[in-house]
Design a protein around this ligand. Structure first.
Ligand code: HEC
Ligand code: HEC
Length: 233
């Protein structure tokens, strides 16, 4: 979270020059954004990367901007991008490596020269969820590593987290510069179907409402017959 938010805020400070408000916002090692690390105090809830990007959109009062489809806003797009991308995204590898050579904050590992070239990345995975726990666990399982902070797997995880940070901060910067997003993402068909009954405006005499836009199938395994017919069983 701190990497994404501080990186964007430092870029904004550079772009706008001396400013009586932005100059007061602490970044980097004394940044306001460190609480989001590991899905907030290592609870594995919301990944810090979308949290940090969206925090900066909030500072710019851009968080609610609707996409041309009128169905999603930029926050939804960043959450969908996080949930649906096959991380780490390959395209960033060389430019990240080049940038890391003169980075302000070091990005090094005792175990491997990170950022790793893409061919050395142990696994690319789609999280299907904005939750840090699910995202890193699916990746660690596919990569066959243990997430122990002091060991090889932990350092390989840092490579992945760092790349996701750079990738999503870049996407957020494109949006802040009014560049068109590469594509508008949509909710998976299954989630849309579930939400057509289970939403906060639904008829609660028929359907229990729920709050959320995450992929329902990550946690619920409903029988195929569920939801086929309207009204209580
Ligand atoms: C056509 C409307 C409809 C759709 C679509 C639908 N549901 Fe439901 N759902 C219901 C109704 C009605 C109930 C309450 C009665 C029952 O349990 O069947 C319910 C209950 C639930 C419950 C709480 C009770 C339980 O059985 O655990 C969960 C969880 C749930 N639905 C999840 C889902 C998920 C996940 C999807 C998408 C895969 C989905 N629903 C799609 C109508 C729907
Ligand atoms: C991170 C896990 C997770 C995700 C993702 C998730 N749910 Fe749930 N949901 C739960 C848990 C846990 C409960 C409470 C236990 C139960 O009813 O199964 C629950 C309960 C519900 C209920 C019952 C609410 C009530 O008042 O009885 C509905 C309906 C429901 N979920 C629908 C959905 C739909 C629709 C989605 C996708 C948009 C979804 N859930 C995504 C974990 C999740």
């Amino acid at each position: 979270m701190n990497g994404a938010a501080s990186g964007l805020i430092e870029a904004i400070k550079t772009a706008i020059g001396p400013h009586d408000k932005w100059d007061l916002i602490p970044t980097g090692t004394s940044g306001w954004w460190k609480y989001g690390s590991g899905g907030i105090s290592a609870w594995g809830t919301l990944c810090g990367v979308p949290n940090g990007c969206i925090a900066v959109l909030g500072l710019m009062n851009k968080q609610g901007v609707l996409m041309p489809d009128g169905k999603t806003n930029i926050m939804d797009q960043l959450m969908l991008y996080y949930s649906q991308s096959n991380f780490p995204v390959e395209a960033y590898e060389q430019s990240l490596y080049d940038l890391s050579q003169d980075a302000v904050y070091g990005w090094t590992s005792d175990y491997a020269p990170i950022p790793l070239p893409d061919e050395d990345v142990l696994a690319h995975t789609v999280s299907g969820s904005p939750l840090c726990h699910i995202s890193v666990s699916k990746w660690a399982d596919a990569a066959g590593v243990n997430l122990d902070k002091t060991a090889y797997g932990g350092h390989m995880k840092e490579d992945r987290c760092g790349k996701i940070t750079a990738d999503m901060a870049a996407l957020t910067a494109e949006f802040l510069n009014n560049l068109a997003l590469p594509e508008y993402l949509t909710y998976p068909a299954e989630t849309t179907a579930c939400m057509s009954c289970h939403n906060q405006l639904s008829d609660v005499s028929k359907y229990p409402a729920q709050q959320g836009k995450m992929e329902c199938g990550e946690c619920h395994d409903m029988p195929p017959s569920h939801g086929r017919t309207k009204g209580p069983k």
